[in-house]
Design a protein around this ligand. Structure first.
Ligand code: CUA
Length: 337
């Protein structure tokens, strides 16, 4: 290839690469706006405010960026060279003090006036969520005072304000459901509070937003927002003992191998409180705290080698059990609804 053809062709591939990068970048940006874990696709009152705040901040940032670039272009291209001292002083006072004070003051006022409505009281239902290593203990307190224990999943009625009381026995975690509300830390020795007001039924995803150990990134949960009547029916059912149509073999093996020392399955002798309550694990969307789909294969995998799925998990592996025993336990658990 001669140097002439090289020179003639060089801009072309660069242009193609730039265009491809721009399209890919735009695609990634647009992809981030959707999905069950996006704060830009809000399904809750607080997330709507946060999305609104984001848009206002974005417009503000773009205007400031345009003004700064405009000034730089003016100084470098339109009117290069020295400016009179009077102009320079005016620029420092306006651009360095006046304009930033006005803009930051306006944004602060706007941000602060959003806060009181986000801290308003709940409508009655209260849920205590405890951050464990690396899963979520969930306890619903109904308006009449009854307590229902579950794990790794949050179900909420649409249109109601639900108060979450957050704590943690060991290290700091942080609960965040981006599509519904902003995050709140879970601090050992304290109880923090977050009010969720989902507006749209659907399935969303929450995460742990504070580094808490080797499986911090593997600590998520499904959030199902339900029509209020369906939610009431679900909670009533959730409060009762487990029901399963599966053969008794799974239940017998679960108890015989000591699983009940750490897990509770209401309606059986299993009443441990170290690990997640498994009373209706078959009805949950995921297992292992939002990490695996709730399938027979994945339940078997987690029972045999929990540490391979979730490094640092407290549960010991049961790979030494005969495979049919693991399968029977996994199948019985899958049937607990
Ligand atoms: Cu729990 Cu990060």
């Amino acid at each position: 290839m001669t140097s002439q053809t090289t020179r003639a062709r060089r801009p072309r591939p660069n242009g193609v690469v730039l265009r491809a990068a721009a399209i890919a970048g735009a695609g990634l940006l647009a992809g981030g706006c959707d999905g069950p874990q996006s704060m830009l696709n809000p399904a809750g009152t607080e997330a709507e405010r946060v999305a609104e705040l984001f848009k206002v901040m974005l417009v503000g940032a773009v205007l400031i960026w345009a003004a700064v670039i405009g000034l730089a272009v003016y100084a470098a291209v339109v009117r290069p060279g020295a400016h009179p001292e009077r102009h320079a002083s005016a620029l420092i006072v306006c651009g360095g003090a006046l304009v930033p004070t006005v803009i930051l003051g306006a944004l602060l006022t706007y941000g602060l006036q959003l806060m009181p409505s986000l801290r308003a009281e709940s409508d009655g239902l209260r849920v205590t969520v405890t951050g464990e290593q690396f899963w979520w203990r969930v306890r619903y307190t109904t308006p009449d005072g009854a307590e229902v224990t579950a794990a790794n999943e949050l179900r909420l009625p649409a249109g109601a304000r639900v108060e979450l009381l957050l704590d943690s026995p060991e290290v700091i975690h942080s609960l965040w459901v981006p599509a519904i509300a902003g995050k709140m830390d879970m601090v050992p020795g304290r109880t923090t509070r977050l009010v969720l007001e989902p507006t749209r039924p659907g399935l969303y995803r929450g995460v742990c937003a504070e580094f808490c150990g080797p499986s911090h990134a593997l600590m998520a949960f499904a959030v199902e927002v339900m029509e209020p009547a369906r939610f009431d029916e679900w909670l009533r059912r959730e409060a009762g003992p487990a029901t399963a149509d599966a053969p008794e073999a799974g239940r017998r093996l679960f108890l015989a191998h000591g699983c009940g020392a750490c897990h509770t399955v209401r309606g059986t002798e299993a009443n441990g409180v170290v690990g997640p309550d498994l009373t209706r694990i078959g009805s949950r969307h995921t297992i292992a705290a939002g990490i695996l789909e709730n399938t027979q294969e994945n339940r078997e995998r987690f029972i045999a080698e929990p540490d391979a799925v979730k490094p640092g998990v407290r549960m010991p592996g049961f790979a030494m059990l005969p495979a049919p025993d693991v399968a029977a336990i996994a199948s019985w658990l899958g049937d607990l609804r």
